[in-house]
Structure formats: structure tokens, C-alpha cells
Design a protein around this ligand. Sequence first.
Ligand SMILES: Nc1ncnc2c1ncn2[C@@H]1O[C@H](COP(=O)(O)OP(=O)(O)O)[C@@H](O)[C@H]1O
Ligand SMILES: [Mg+2]
Length: 280
Amino acid sequence: MNAMTEQELSAAIPAKGGRRIGEVVLDVQNITLRFGGVKALTDISFDVREHEVRAIIGPNGAGKSSMLNCINGVYQPQEGKITFRGRTFRHMNSRQVAEMGVARTFQNLALFKGMSVLDNIMTGRNLKMRSSLLAQAFRNPFGIGSGEREELRHREFVEHIIDFLEIQAWRKTPVGRLPYGLQKRVDLGRALAMEPQVLLLDEPMAGMNVEEKQDMSRFILDVNDEFGTTIVLIEHDMGVVMDISDRVVVLDYGKKIGDGTPHEVRSNPEVIRAYLGAEH
Ligand SMILES: Nc1ncnc2c1ncn2[C@@H]1O[C@H](COP(=O)(O)OP(=O)(O)O)[C@@H](O)[C@H]1O
Ligand SMILES: [Mg+2]
């Protein structure tokens, strides 16, 4: 697809909930990733704009999860670089990426099944807690009680997330006992506890029924709207993608074959071919 001018892009992307889609926050440039002889990603470039819902779609094995793993420092691509809010990196570990405000959920849930909903979401808060406790210790080395106040503040934030995701009824329930759809919601809560600027979601609706998908779509849009979080979303259900995303990147066999608004990619012949091919 031809590059759009700034004006064309602004015109193409609707304003949402009073917030406008802003400048580029994440810029993926010429990423190539190999596993031995397998090229999982070949020269992939795309950008993500502030407050956007950006979808990544494509058949199984297209390289979608690998792309998220490159963005959040789990995989180190052999070529290319990623710029996040003006800071360019080639090799950064997951921890550093998290500290820059990028959180993610995983295709296969990474929750602690025996722990309660509340405690699982608290684990997402750990990074924030550690840094604020450290700051506290420097400010007030002999302070008594300030640690408890900090802890309380973090707990309040987590309770806010629990209310927001409408999972109050299960706050003390071990996550492993919840239906799958609710576990996915807890996983989203754990990522939100990091107060991310950019949230990477790897198939948040996989394995869900229609009603669960609708709920999850609504929560994703609410997060985007109310917290202003930029969302990068891998999703298989084309209906969902068409409904909630502003722009879509299409991958096939590790190559980018489409990039544009949902309407544009849906009518792109190469995209149609890739999807029909996958179905037959
Ligand atoms: N850790 C890994 N080691 C070896 N090959 C991998 C690894 N992760 C992904 N791949 C390969 O990279 C390709 C893309 O996989 P993936 O990113 O999981 O695709 P998708 O998420 O689109 O289904 C596949 O061929 C897959 O087998
Ligand atoms: Mg995947």
C-alpha cells in the first residue's frame, strides 16, 4: 500500500471518545527474525499511533506472536529496529520494555492458577511497587508507615481494575477455577495493573464464545477510551477486527501483505487470497 500523508491518515481514522489518534508511539522498522533456517519475519515495518487500536492479523504461523515478542523484548530480531516514543532499540529485554510502559498478554495464559484473582492482578503491579518502594526508601529512609501507605495505594488501584473489569464476585477465587473467558479477563487485568501506555494483546478472544467475545471487545474499547491506552491486538475473528480496530497490519508467511483501515485490508486481493488459501 502507498504511504498516506498525515492529512489523509487523520481523515481516514475517526476520532473516538473525544480523544484523537495522535503521533507515532511505536515504530517497527525492517524487522527480520530467524529461527535457524526458518524466517519467522521478513523485513516488517509498520507504526502504531497514540490511542490507536492497531490489529495484526494473518493465518496461523504468519509470525504475529513473533512480532509481539520482538516488540516486547522476548525475541531479539537479527535485523531492524524499534522506536518507542523516540527511543530506538534493537536489543532490549522484557523488563526494560515493561519499564518503558509496554505491557502484554500471552496467547497461552500465563496466570498463576492456584492464586486468587486479586493476587494475580497484584503480580502485574510488582514492577510499579518495586520502583515506588525504592523511591520511598531514598526519600524517607527511616520512615515508618509510608511503606504501608504505598501498599494500600497499589491495592486500591488493583481494586479499581477489578471493578472496571466487573470481576468483583471472583476476587478471592483461584484463577484455575474460573471459566476460560474470565481467566482471559483476569489476564487483561494483570497487564492493566502495570498502567501501560501501550498494551499488546495476543489473541485475547481465542477460544471464546460470541458473548464472551463481545464482552472482551467492549473491555478493550473501554480501556482504550477511558485510560487512553494504545492497543496492539492480534485477533483471528475478522468480525471483531473490523469492529474494534482503527488500522490493520496483515502478515502472511512472515511478510507484510497489507496495511490500512479495516475496510482497505478487507478489499485487498492479496489479503483475500491469503485467507481463502488458509481456509481451503
Ligand atoms: N521459539 C521459536 N523457535 C522456533 N520457531 C519458532 C519459534 N517461535 C515461532 N517460531 C516459528 O515462527 C513462525 C511464526 O510463528 P508465530 O509467530 O507463532 O505465528 P502466529 O502467531 O502468526 O501463528 C512459525 O513458523 C513458527 O513455527
Ligand atoms: Mg500466535
